[in-house]
Design a protein. Structure first.
Length: 394
């Protein structure tokens, strides 16, 4: 008969073996934790910058000027994504610098503005960055540059990719029992908590022909109210338009016509730039709106808890454009869309916090025909108009 002493010896031996194997995997085999989130070093648009190294990063690792201010300075924090990061433009022409000058001239006092942003961010990473910043620094005003064509789906999923194939893992949140839960994966991590469980996860993934980020992404989706969506038969009447043609030849299209855009994005799971704008609406669209509203509410709570006001702004360009009436592919089917950013944001941001900035001009306000981010000219016009709105409201 096996004694309790023998059982204890086996247990201790097993635990010690697992500890030794874990240390081997971490320090000898050097299995690396899964990265979660990114700043300037990992920004997908960093290649557009003419600088090298991390010379353009602030103390928190985001593109922007060093965070230094005097006790009497009016301090503004800019949260956002690639629009705030402005990777294609010189550092001295970033939105933070332009807003500093415009706001300072109108307020008659010294203003300092700092960027907490990176390309591909949603409100999830913005919230985490703000919380981190306010642990050591102060702000008088927190400005969120909203990009409603991206933010809804970016907030919803644990990876940053509009495709079925998973992208980089990031810190994010979800709704549980009508409450915001997270951040989940707030920093680099081992899958399952250990290098050993990560190794086992990778082996499991290979049996399913999946990468580990894909395993994580697929598991995340099981917590979401993803529902079937019926294609729109009326979409068949519109002329097809592929994504590449849209990016390079927009000025050649008939402004009086409606088009259906071909896309490889994950429409069936609402992991797309066209969520929550597809019709008819379903439970997933409502979930994405509720999640974003909760994230904005938490950002406001964090800001006000540190004595800062908060505003959310978004831009609308006055360029002539044709209408994309439907989105889809032969595989997914085609769905009607109504991409009304004004209505979408009004459902998630209180009206007293929301500012719309119309940006006048033609092609000169964009980086290029293929890159619709704001150029220096576009940023100058945007920050000038924003400063006017902010001082008018004071």
């Amino acid at each position: 008969m096996v004694s309790k002493k023998d059982i204890a010896a086996v247990v201790v031996s097993t635990v010690l073996s697992l500890v030794v194997f874990e240390l081997f995997l971490e320090h000898v085999a050097r299995i690396k934790p899964i990265p979660s989130g990114w700043g300037w070093a990992g920004s997908p648009r960093r290649i557009l910058s003419k600088s090298t190294g991390d010379s353009e990063a602030n103390q928190f690792g985001y593109r922007g000027q060093p965070i230094h201010y005097d006790k009497d300075d009016y301090v503004v924090v800019l949260l956002g994504d690639s629009q705030v990061e402005s990777a294609s433009e010189p550092v001295e022409k970033m939105p933070e610098r332009l807003l500093e000058a415009e706001l300072g001239a109108r307020m008659g006092r010294k203003v300092k503005a700092f960027s907490l942003a990176a390309s591909g961010w949603g409100q999830d990473q913005q919230l985490q960055a703000l919380d981190r910043y306010l642990q050591s620094d102060r702000a008088d005003l927190v400005l969120v540059w909203s990009t409603p064509g991206n933010d809804f789906w970016e907030d919803t999923f644990v990876d940053r990719s509009p495709l079925v194939m998973a992208g980089p893992i990031k810190p994010t949140y979800r709704i549980e029992a009508d409450r915001l839960t997270g951040p989940i994966y707030p920093k680099d991590f081992y899958y399952g908590g250990f290098a050993l469980t990560q190794l086992l996860g990778e082996l499991y993934g290979k049996t399913q022909h999946k990468s580990l980020p894909q395993v994580i992404s697929d598991a995340w989706k099981t917590h979401l109210p993803i529902r079937p969506r019926s294609p729109t038969p009326a979409c068949e009447q519109y002329q097809k338009l592929d994504q590449q043609t849209l990016l390079t030849s927009e000025d050649k299209f008939d402004l009086t016509k409606k088009y259906r855009l071909e896309t490889a994005e994950d429409l069936l799971e609402s992991k797309t730039h066209y969520a929550p704008y597809m019709l008819p609406q379903n439970e997933m669209d409502d979930y994405q709106r509720r999640l974003m509203a909760l994230l904005y509410a938490r950002i406001r709570e964090v800001a006000s808890g540190h004595g800062a006001a908060m505003k959310v702004f978004y831009i609308t360009k006055k360029l002539p454009s044709f209408e994309i009436a439907c989105i889809g592919s032969e595989q997914s089917g085609y769905f009607a869309v109504d991409r009304n950013f004004d209505v979408a944001l009004s459902k998630v941001v209180p009206s007293d916090l929301l500012i719309n900035i119309p940006v006048p001009g033609g092609k000169e306000i964009n980086v290029s025909d293929a890159d619709r981010h704001l150029s220096t000219i576009g940023n100058e016009r945007t920050m000038r108009a924003l400063a006017e709105e902010l001082t008018r409201a004071r």
